[in-house]
Design a protein. Sequence first.
Length: 427
Amino acid sequence: TEGRRKRRWRQHVQSEGGMELQRLFRPGSPSSAQAPRPRLGCGDGSAAVGATDPDAERVHDDRRERRLQEHTEIWRRDLLPKYVAGTPPTRRMEKLWRQGLPPRVRETLWPMAIGNVLRITPELYDIHKEQALDARRQWAEASEASVQPSSKLMVTLSDQPMRSKTAGRRHERSTALIPFDLPRTFPTLAFFREGGPLHDDCKRILEAYTFFRPDVGYVQGMTYLVAVLLLYLGPYAAFVGMCNLLNAPTLLGLYRLEQSAVQCRATVFNQLCADQMPAVARVIDDAGLTPEMFLIEWFMTIYSKCLPIDVASVVWDLFLLDGEVVLYCTGLALLRLSAPLLLEGPGADLEACARILGKDMRKRVTDPDELLGHISEVWRRTPARLRSQIQGIAESEFGTGGGVQRSPGSGGGLGLTLASLRSRFMW
């Protein structure tokens, strides 16, 4: 099965082509012989190379590729064999981690960092897949009988989540939205379109999750989480990662569509933005663009919708290391990168601001190194009181320290260092 999956990867890359595929899956990279994987930056904080200088850009990419290969060897030879899941990384390991993980290292380290505190087994995954398949057959039969099982599926923010059995079934029926969202997930790659190499796996994982957590169901944005995981992991590992990621307070409150979870995060982000970039904050406020209009989508997809995959992947690296605070730092880093357009360009009205912070972001932010440098600078400027407030959000919502709750031997967990963030976060 794994060999067939890799062959489908290669055939799809060769048939689709395209600039984004060429940029993400460079031939000759250490993992390209097995399956195409995104390239990464090595996080030295260097400035992005302008698109008008192709020679300098080629040198920059070649240097990053060499570092990628060097770091891959270091991780596989010296670090991964000694690392015990669920334990804090060594200083050397943490330093390399903050520079962005090589794709082949993500295949091993991401599952260890996310962990499996929910104790999901392959058998449990198969059970929920079968439940989803049976439900799909029943809904198809009901549809043929002129019944509309998927009506009124739009979800809205509410103060209290629905908890009844009827509500649970309604959430399960939200899987009817999945076929419409999958083709829109990384559309330039076409991996998740009908007939694409990852379409069926992604659909099955999302359907299975709605039966694993019927109180949450399917919510738009989940396709991006599963898609990123499937680029690095197999279907079962991706399902485990999906379930445990959404078990973390950072994402669970947002995907439960709770108004309080949205408002408290928007308030903190407003404070950070006003403190560090008052001019940008005024422009956004004067345009009538509230953080809820862009920030929540950024958080819910861990920036995988608004950024190219290789850039979003380094955000995931940091998020799995340090937890929710990385999401705020990344958001401010993107505002720093967008500041010239917002302050001096066409960003003075609502439509222009929404475009700059929305669909244009993917075209503009293409260098992982540059983004990591800005995230580092944002962190250095963030007051300790706001870092504590970010940590307190998760504690107040679910009584935890910001990451997935772990028991001894649970095999890792999201936000390994968040509990001691102030003393250990070093860029």
